[in-house]
Design a protein around this ligand. Structure first.
Ligand SMILES: Cc1ncc(COP(=O)(O)O)c(C=O)c1O
Length: 400
């Protein structure tokens, strides 16, 4: 007889046996670079809050004022009665910031990728995706009825090969969608979207860039990867992002042409059928754009910290892989070593998470550092000396 629930336990146990289960640590205070985690005061180096905006006074104040005026919820999906003047204002402000004709916000970034990709590429279409793209892109691609081809990570020649092969397909694909992360979340490397955009143009392909980790980090004033490469939305047709990282709030978004935005809001089910962002979040996000426009010091400090830290750990002999951004992996190889590294660092007051197989390949287990603009050089020196001590203890770097 079939048992409708026993698999919950069995599958969970199998995850535990294979050491693949998650039991996250608990923050007992705000998401700040220094906070309480599981009863210990720690420096947090595993947060997407790159610019410390989660607790910026002006952003908090905007959320409080919005609660007083609008309450805590929007009451509906955007397509019914969940579009408030605040949502419209945020979209206008975002479009101006991104130098786009128009922008659209969603409840989360995951919902952009899972709700829009399957609508852009359907039956008779082709999706070409970087092999290290984020899980939300993979899920969006799976939900599509298009054919799918994965190209080698950041490899423009391989993408060209795939496009040339695709041209031979009979009947010709109706649409070709190229999707890539802008900044890759496990390695901190940047997609060569200038070259990719040229290939896309040559083949009439639509280019979709997920800039979750590039916004607030790359480009003029943190405008993101399109600005970083001095491109426009004529070359990158869909600039996707999320407010859940450097902006310090939550919510997904796209920027591009007005035609794209009208298409997206009428077609993506995650926009049409999921309730809109609560007013305090929307107001806080507008305030976060104000901060990015008026306080350039946060982005500058993030890069200053990143460069200082990366050079120091490389000088100690740590392998930081392909990092070009404030995402700095410290690759140790073996899963167990990465886990011990994370554990020892936590005991010394540094909170990072080990990233292990199957999230990365078996020989590339690591801890991943995400830099924060609010840390002082003194804080970083403390982190660096602890990394040195633990790295030597675990034979990750040489003792002398
Ligand atoms: C590259 C990338 N895309 C999309 C997302 C999803 O964004 P959100 O947290 O807004 O759902 C993330 C977040 O982890 C991400 O790293």
């Amino acid at each position: 007889m079939r048992d409708p629930t026993s698999f919950f336990k069995k599958e969970y146990q199998s995850l535990v046996e294979n050491k693949l289960d998650w039991s996250p640590r608990m923050l007992q205070g705000p998401s700040e670079p220094k906070t309480m985690v599981d009863g210990r005061e720690v420096i947090v180096l595993c947060s997407n809050n790159y610019l410390g905006l989660t607790t910026h006074p002006k952003i908090k104040e905007a959320a409080i004022e919005a609660i007083k005026k609008y309450g805590v919820g929007s009451g509906a999906v955007r397509s019914i009665s969940g579009t408030m003047d605040l949502h419209v204002e945020l979209e206008k402000r975002l479009a101006r910031f991104k130098r786009a004709e128009s922008s659209l916000t969603y409840p989360t970034g995951f919902m952009v990728n899972s709700g829009l990709i399957p609508q852009i590429a359907e039956k008779d279409d082709l999706i070409i995706s970087d092999e290290l793209n984020h899980g939300s892109i993979i899920d969006g691609t799976r939900l599509s009825r298009a054919e799918k081809i994965v190209y080698k990570h950041n490899n423009v020649e391989d993408l060209q090969r795939v496009l040339e092969e695709a041209e031979k397909h009979e009947p010709a694909y109706r649409r070709i969608l190229i999707v890539t992360d802008g900044v890759f979340s496990m390695d901190g490397d940047i997609s060569p979207i200038k070259e990719i955009s040229k290939l896309a143009a040559n083949h009439g392909a639509t280019l979709y860039v997920d800039d979750a980790h590039g916004e607030g980090v790359l480009g003029e004033g943190g405008r993101g990867i399109v600005s970083h490469f001095k491109l426009t939305h004529r070359e990158v047709h869909i600039e996707m992002g999320t407010f859940s990282k450097a902006y310090g709030t939550i919510g997904g978004h796209i920027s591009g042409s007005l035609d794209l935005i009208r298409f997206a809001w009428n077609k993506s089910r995650t926009w049409l059928l999921s309730s809109s962002q609560p007013p305090p979040v929307v107001a806080a996000t507008i305030a976060a754009i104000d901060v990015l426009e008026n306080e350039p010091e946060h982005v500058k400090k993030l890069w200053k910290n990143t460069e200082y830290f990366k050079k120091s750990v490389q000088d100690l002999g740590f392998d930081t892989g392909m990092s070009q951004t404030p995402i700095i992996p410290i690759i140790v190889g073996d899963n167990e070593k990465a886990k011990s590294f994370g554990e020892e660092l936590y005991k010394e007051g540094i909170f990072v998470v080990p990233i292990v197989y199957p999230m990365v390949s078996k020989d590339k287990a690591r801890i991943r550092i995400q830099m924060n603009s609010k840390l002082s050089l003194k804080d970083l020196d403390r982190v660096i000396s602890i990394l040195e001590k633990v790295g030597k203890k675990l034979d990750i770097i040489q003792k002398n």
